[in-house]
Design a protein around this ligand. Structure first.
Ligand code: URA
Length: 315
């Protein structure tokens, strides 16, 4: 990149090949600070690394008090603060040990086994699932969690960023909204088996963020074997599909939410199902009134689930 250093005594210019010198200039003759500083600040912020800064300063034997003379001085404090916050968040979100082996065991590739089996065995098998390509970028398989014979099974779409790192379903913002709604509906989360239609996080990187991507039908189909086997193992009284992806997995076909919401649907083996919206849909609603109204409808759907369970228990 060509550059110039302007001082009142002498100016140095680099054109990409050679350095040349011209007489010094006064401040008023120099280009406005704004133009240069804006470019430099954004360049500096994007390459900022506090460790490197310290090493540089030590190497240059530049006392800390002189840092203020650097053009980027005003950025250093906030950048250090944000670097500390980033580091703390990275520690807090540290990934659990992913279970990744390179070779797929035969069992995890086989399609649509519905034999159920012990949940822990299923979980261990699913950890090595290579039935679709989503495992490649995800940290780990996020399998379902909850009592082995829970009466209620909740099915979401796929793990999000937080779930992918923690290895547990619904522990991020959508999970917090779900927990609140369950509590309001009088359902104890610890008594519910919570899982997802797709067990690996699908995302595209956008800078430092991993942006959620909706799973495609081949991925939903490839992953369905795990839901079917969880269902056969847990044998819940009622399944709630939250959102379109979950509904597609639970009913084995595209099932519109609004048309089916509020109706108890019979699955096989006496298991019943309800559909409702996904908690992330509620989080995304921009308008506060709509959000409050939709949240109440979500809680009503969960209350209906609690009634279905009570009736089944009484019968
Ligand atoms: N959304 C889901 O569908 N599942 C999770 O586990 C988290 C967010």
């Amino acid at each position: 990149m060509p550059w110039s250093i302007l001082t009142p005594d002498l100016c140095a210019h680099w054109n990409g090949h050679a350095v040349s010198f011209t007489p010094g200039v006064t401040r008023s003759e120099a280009p406005t600070e704004d133009r240069l500083e804006k470019t430099w600040r954004s360049c500096y912020a994007s390459i900022f690394n506090p460790a490197r800064l310290k090493v540089q300063a030590m190497r240059n034997e530049m006392p800390k008090k002189c840092w203020r003379n650097l053009p980027e001085a005003s950025l250093i404090k906030p950048l250090i603060a944000s670097a500390i916050r980033t580091t703390e968040a990275m520690i807090a979100n540290a990934a659990t040990e992913p279970h990744k082996s390179q070779k797929a065991p035969e069992s995890s590739m086989s399609k649509h086994k519905t034999s159920g089996g012990d949940l822990e065995t299923l979980r261990a098998e699913a950890a090595d699932c290579r039935a679709c390509p989503l495992w490649k970028n995800a940290t780990q398989t996020v399998f379902g969690e909850g009592p082995r014979h829970a009466r209620l099974m909740l099915v979401g779409e796929q793990p999000g960023d937080k779930e992918d790192l923690a290895g547990k379903p619904f522990v991020g913002p959508a999970g917090q909204m779900l927990d609140r709604a369950l509590e309001q509906a009088g359902i104890e989360r610890k008594k519910v088996y919570v899982t997802n239609a797709v067990k690996h996080f699908k995302f595209v990187p956008r800078g430092k963020i991993r942006l959620h991507q909706k799973p495609a039908t081949p991925e939903i189909r490839a992953c369905r074997q795990w839901y079917e086997r969880e269902l056969a193992s847990v044998k819940p009284t009622l399944v709630i599909a939250m959102g379109a992806t979950a509904a597609q997995s639970v009913f084995g076909k595209i099932t519109p939410i609004n048309r089916n919401r509020g109706h108890v649907i019979e699955l096989t083996d006496g298991i019943r199902a309800l559909v409702t919206v996904h908690p992330s849909y509620l989080l995304r609603l921009p308008d506060a009134d709509t959000k409050a109204r939709e949240y109440d409808r979500f809680v009503d759907d969960l209350r209906l689930a609690a009634e279905v369970l009570n009736d089944a228990h009484a019968a």
